[in-house]
Ligand binder design. Structure first.
Ligand code: BGC
Length: 312
């Protein structure tokens, strides 16, 4: 049985795992990223994790998922706005530190590979995974193959424009899907509602849970709070615009959502499906529709997908 190491480099944590060729996690590690310490320091942390995971095992390959555009042929992170990395030759740095030649894949592409192989979209002919975290990522798997685009930069679903001249995005554009559908965006909308509605239950719920997070508005809605309900409605509306675009462009069998917000399950999915169905071209005349689901691998999708990418 071959074993691979998968690394999931995130803005908050670096996760790593030793993974079997069938996508089973055998060993796992997670450490904070400390992006502010710079690319070289982060690379050293990744290298130490790879060495710890490899100890005592024969490793057939190492893959790493990174946010942003990666070039697996060149071995570089081309542009990762949320990490502040531009044209960084991470493969050479990691080879010098670990001896492994690390394969590079976008983080959401890695998650999509994993969900298609062993998660929510297993057995589906085509699937799109949308990751709702600090940013919004996208991965498209068609007939078991990852859609890479010309250079590997596909598919930056978080940076499609959904509101003309809308909210500013970290990428420099305005109105990106990410600025309306990420956890960061949901928190921003929740804070705005709190400022406008001093009597809202949002304040009590945020205080009880140590601050505003992606759950605050959903919890407020559950207790009948009008301001919380309106935040959730707005958020799902924006999410539905993006998912509706994805459906009309690719018409995949499955659209699977991941990230903490996806833990809302049917509270999120039921209204989302309803609005996406209204946006799906010709929906009234089709017998089959994309299934909108939550991912099933949770935080493990990134490491499993990175390992599977190294295998292929
Ligand atoms: C980046 C994507 C990434 C996503 C999730 C976005 O801002 O552009 O490449 O997949 O965040 O990390």
């Amino acid at each position: 049985m071959q074993r691979y190491i998968g690394i999931d480099l995130g803005g908050t944590n670096i996760k790593g795992a030793l993974v079997s060729e069938t996508g089973k996690i055998l060993k796992q590690r997670s450490v904070p990223t400390h992006t502010e310490a710079g690319a070289e320091a982060v690379t050293k942390t990744i290298a130490a994790m790879i060495c710890a995971l490899a100890e005592g095992d024969y490793v057939s390959g190492v893959g790493m998922g990174c946010p942003g555009t990666v070039d697996d042929q060149e071995g570089t992170v081309v542009y990762a706005c949320n990490l502040g990395w531009v044209h960084y030759d991470v493969r050479t740095a990691l080879r010098e530190l670990t001896g492994y030649s690390v394969r590079l894949v976008n983080d959401a592409n890695a998650a999509a590979l994993a969900e298609a192989a062993v998660g929510a979209a297993k057995g589906a002919q085509s699937a799109v995974v949308v990751t709702l975290g600090t940013g919004v990522g996208g991965g498209v798997v068609l007939n078991g193959k990852l859609l890479t685009g010309f250079t590997g930069a596909a598919s930056e679903l978080g940076h499609m424009t959904i509101v003309a001249d809308g909210e500013p995005c970290a990428c420099g554009q305005k109105g990106c899907f990410e600025t309306y559908a990420s956890a960061t965006a949901l928190i921003r909308m929740t804070r705005e509602a709190m400022a406008q509605h001093p009597q809202s239950a949002l304040h009590r719920i945020a205080a009880e849970n140590g601050g505003v997070d992606g759950r605050t508005a959903f919890l407020a809605r559950q207790v009948g709070d009008a301001a919380g309900g309106e935040v959730v409605r707005q958020y799902i509306h924006y999410l539905a615009i993006g998912v509706g675009n994805i459906v009309n462009i690719l018409f995949p069998e499955v659209v699977a959502l991941s990230g903490g917000i996806a833990n809302q399950g049917e509270n999120l999915l039921a209204p989302l499906r309803e609005e996406v169905a209204q946006r799906e071209y010709g929906a009234a005349y089709s017998k089959k529709h994309p299934r909108i689901l939550c991912c099933t691998l949770g935080n493990d999708a990134g490491v499993i997908g990175a390992a599977l990418f190294a295998k292929d």
